[in-house]
Write a new protein. Structure first.
Length: 610
């Protein structure tokens, strides 16, 4: 167990703009009259076109204004002062971490008159040197995505690679969809990325994998930031900053269902004309999104100030793959080893199975007597070996050479579900809140022989609340608190359900906690297929991150300052080991006759004797 508490503090100054805060954007500019002179005291209003939430500021003595900590969305900008016509510009899109500038030229006239600007080009980021690419909502929703995985879109950013094999350690120790996400920027490793969601930490510290992977229907946009980071970043080579979709004054919703199956798949390849049937495959992905206002007239005088967004997505995959194994015959399981004596398989054939209790030294040579009829009496079969045969099936194909005599369709079920809910509350023109709760669960099983498979269990919870408060026309404070919990285990199929080791009572071997319950690893040294669970793992993590962030923006004259602090408590709880259930290797040492040349004895016979 490892605890880490960090505190970061940064002050950024000497710029016409402060840098934006995580997934929030920023808008600033200068107001001038027709002669080009700066105009102080102009009232500037920024209004969210979806919620009608408005923020106001006043240009300072140099004619500058700034709106820091702006939620991504589409806004309208209005500037007005007595003696000038009002200036209105609509359709201003503030994207994730965009520091945009809009300069205004006021025309002489009555304030009741206005100059409206519409449908201008996209805003450019000219206020800092941050390098990155925004993947906006249109591309997230409309571009085809295999599995509706929005992270695939990071490959649209320059110098980014996606989809190569995942890191071996992350796949072996964590597994699941998060370990499969491979993003490399500028040649860096996939572990050199950091993820944030709505401005809070969204990275599990074990392998720097993403925690919450929102549905594409719940995402507003995200930015792949590849260089020259603001001070609040810098923990990794690449920053991937995501923003969820807020609610608005109109109700919007989606229902979706995606189906894939084996109907259009090619048939299994075979050398014969009678091809085996296709492997079953079912892929179901479905869910909904609903967003809109929450009207509470008694509290808000009939105005919409509270908005919500809710999204739920389910994923179900069912498939089977064919597995072929080489198993001892049914007679051998009962102690009769005549099948291995008569087998045409020269590498497996033995001259007999010998009783180790009859070993004697004759003329300096160690010799033994065969079991009568090469059959081990039932009273000599070890009770632990007999109990373990429950997990070692009998052959289902006739094959005298004892090779590839068992065929099985192995299931690969995967279940995932995730929920994202968000609220936005316009407390006043000077105070706006938004918060989010995300929950998710994933479990998958990789079957092998009989209850010999592996199981991955993952679940997470993430809470966050942020408040943006205008203290004065030149001072804005943004406070944020977040808590994330991430649990993951990659272990035996019988974990949490059956304590096989405890029931076997193998001397010197303890069963351990439920997360490692499973079957001891039995190796028959390549003669027959082994069974039991891997000797590696399990690995269990239960991590959490508590995060407190505060950013303060202050514009003074022609300079803009930003001060920020972050306190974090990262908690790592990881349990992992090797040989947790024991590993037992059997060769033909005990049942061989050392006085004879050629192969004698049998590996499986040694196993039965214990």
């Amino acid at each position: 167990m490892l605890f880490r508490t960090t505190f970061l503090c940064a002050a950024i100054a000497m710029g016409s703009l402060g840098v934006s805060a995580q997934t929030l954007g920023e808008l600033s500019g200068e107001v001038r009259d027709p002669s080009g002179a700066s105009v102080p005291g102009v009232r500037v209003t920024l209004t969210n076109q979806a919620t009608n939430a408005a923020r106001q500021t006043v240009t300072n003595e140099t004619g500058l204004f700034a709106f820091p900590a702006v939620q991504p969305g589409v806004y309208s900008l209005r500037a007005e002062k007595d003696g000038f016509r009002a200036f209105v510009r609509s359709g201003i899109e503030i994207q994730v971490q965009l520091s945009a500038r809009v300069d205004i030229e006021l025309q002489v006239g009555a304030v009741t008159e206005s100059v409206e600007v519409r449908a201008e080009g996209a805003l450019l980021q000219t206020e800092n040197a941050t390098v990155g690419t925004v993947i906006e909502n249109k591309r997230i929703v409309e571009l085809p995505l295999n599995g509706r995985n929005a992270l695939q879109l990071v490959s649209l950013a320059p110098n980014v690679s996606f989809g190569f094999p995942s890191a071996g350690q992350a796949g072996a120790r964590q597994g699941g969809i998060r370990a499969e996400q491979s993003v490399a920027v500028a040649g860096h490793r996939a572990q050199f990325n950091r993820f944030s969601l709505d401005g809070v930490e969204n990275t599990d510290p074990n392998f720097n994998t993403i925690v919450v992977m929102p549905s594409v229907d719940a995402l507003q946009e995200f930015k792949v930031q590849t260089g020259i980071y603001p001070a609040e970043f810098g923990r990794a080579a690449t920053q991937i900053n995501m923003s969820t979709k807020p609610g608005g004054n109109e109700y919007h919703g989606t229902l979706f269902y995606f189906l894939r199956n084996e109907k259009l798949d090619a048939k299994n390849y075979a050398f014969t004309s009678a091809r085996p049937p296709k492997d079953p495959f079912k892929w179901n992905q479905f869910g909904f999104t609903l967003a809109g206002p929450v009207s509470v007239p008694k509290l808000f005088d009939g105005r919409n100030r509270l908005f919500f967004m809710a999204n739920y997505e389910w994923f179900r995959q069912r498939r089977q793959v064919q597995s072929v194994s080489s198993l001892p015959s049914t007679a051998m399981r009962n102690g009769n080893f005549n099948d291995v004596i008569t087998t045409p398989n020269a590498s497996l054939r033995t001259q007999g199975v010998y009783d180790p209790l009859t070993r004697t030294i004759v003329n300096g040579v160690n010799t033994a007597q065969p079991f009568p009829n090469n059959t081990i009496p039932s009273t000599r079969i070890h009770p632990i070996s007999k109990a373990l045969l429950e997990f070692y099936p009998e052959p289902n194909l006739p094959n005298p050479d004892l090779r590839n005599n068992f065929v099985q369709a192995l299931g690969r079920p995967i279940n995932r579900g995730q929920f994202v809910s968000r609220f936005d509350w316009v407390e006043s023109a000077n105070s706006q809140w938004f918060g989010r709760y995300s929950w998710g669960d994933e479990n998958q099983v990789t079957e092998a022989l009989r209850l010999n498979g592996d199981k991955i269990v993952t679940n997470f919870n993430q809470y966050m609340v942020t408040n943006t408060r205008v203290l004065s026309p030149s001072k804005v404070n943004e406070a944020r608190v977040a808590y994330s919990q991430f649990y993951n285990t990659n272990g035996p199929e019988l974990a949490f359900s059956r304590d096989v080791v405890g029931a076997l009572k193998i001397p010197g071997l303890n069963s351990g906690p439920p997360v490692q319950w499973g079957i001891p690893n039995i190796s028959l040294q390549g003669v027959y297929s082994g069974f039991g669970n891997s000797s590696e793992g399990p690995y269990e993590v239960n991590n959490s991150v508590l995060q407190l962030v505060n950013n303060f923006s202050w514009m003074r004259g022609r300079q803009s300052f930003k001060f920020g602090g972050e306190a974090r408590r990262d908690q790592y709880n990881q349990v992992g080991n090797q040989f947790a259930r024991g590993q037992f290797t059997f060769t033909n040492n005990a049942t061989r006759n050392l006085a004879m040349t050629g192969r004698t004895g049998d590996n499986f016979a040694d196993f039965l004797l214990g």
